[in-house]
Design a binder for this molecule. Structure first.
Ligand code: SF4
Length: 305
């Protein structure tokens, strides 16, 4: 039996399990009436363990570690960005949304390429940062900006990254398969903890070095090859990179069904088979649809809307 299989699922964890490991002082620093109320909210996914300030102190380190282990979701939570604008990816406890309260909705990022003029780039970043959509009383906003290297030039990428970072506090995703270009962009925003896209079978070591040097999360990309994706994760974890996001590929030909099937296959491997190596957030790149020469008329209408 694997460690993951022997671990309690979220539905098996009771508030008492959490309560036993808390300081039990009812100090209310967490904003709750008492430790039991806090424990109940943690189990329901409304609060996280580190929302209890006392338990994060040195004297409770052992209990804090046990609490983190107890509440660790099968799909790890990966933090991109810092401060109030940081976004959380993953953190999933169940295979199906209806099985548990829905937390950490899928973040959406829009791309900006480094071949845009300063004026075009600035306008696009402004539009992304200011976008909002009212959906049944909820104000939905975009979560991040992906900066793509399309000129394949370190200086051009660094310039675009610096300009975008200076214009917005949104989390950033740096996109290039070239480690030298990635390093040029990263050097200017090392404190922003961007998501690096992406490590592949050809560049994983160079990208791993950057992820470790700058303490950034890293996307692992192996389009349409889950076995390779898993193998790359194993290699990167052994190398010391543990904040990972998986890109199993987004294909528009012959249709998106293959992509959805791959995503489902990975999630089932985590929740049904306890496959720890695939327990990371998944990343899709719907931009592929726009880049396809076969893009349908209906999609173009959406794009232009
Ligand atoms: S801050 Fe921690 S110790 Fe204090 S009441 Fe909340 S859960 Fe209990």
């Amino acid at each position: 039996m694997s460690e993951r299989e022997s671990k309690k699922t979220i539905k098996e964890i009771s508030p008492i399990d959490v309560y036993k490991l808390l300081p039990k002082t009812n100090c209310q620093e967490c904003g709750e009436a008492n430790c039991m109320a806090f424990a109940t909210k943690v189990v329901n996914g409304e609060l996280e363990v580190d929302n209890c300030p006392p338990v994060t102190k040195d004297e409770y380190r052992v209990n804090f570690t046990k609490l983190e282990d107890l509440m660790a979701p099968p799909v790890r939570t990966i933090l991109v960005g810092t401060g109030e604008h940081a976004m959380k990816m993953g953190g999933k406890y169940v295979l199906y949304r209806h099985e548990f309260t829905y937390h950490h909705p899928t973040p959406i990022a829009i791309d900006v390429s480094d071949d845009l003029s300063e004026e075009e780039r600035s306008a696009r970043v402004r539009a992304i940062a200011e976008f909002s959509y009212n959906y049944i009383g909820r104000e939905l906003r975009l979560d991040a900006i992906a900066i793509r290297s399309t000129q394949h030039d370190p200086a051009a990428f660094a310039s675009a990254v610096t300009a975008v970072a200076g214009q917005t506090d949104l989390p950033l995703i740096l996109c290039t398969y070239d480690a030298a270009i990635m390093a040029a962009g990263l050097a200017h925003i090392r404190e922003r903890r961007p998501l690096l896209y992406a490590a592949t079978k050809d560049n994983w070591k160079e990208m791993a070095e950057l992820a470790l040097r700058y303490a950034c999360p890293l996307v692992v990309s192996a389009p349409h090859d889950i076995a390779l994706l898993r193998s790359l994760v194993k290699t990167l974890v052994a190398y010391g990179v543990t904040d990972l996001v998986l890109d199993p590929g987004t294909a528009v030909e012959p249709g998106l069904s293959g992509t959805i099937h791959a995503f489902s296959q990975i999630r089932r491997a985590v929740f049904a088979d306890g496959d720890d190596l695939l327990g990371y957030p998944l990343l899709g790149t719907p931009i592929t649809a726009w880049l396809s020469p076969e893009i349908s008329h209906e999609l173009i209408q959406w794009k232009e809307a």
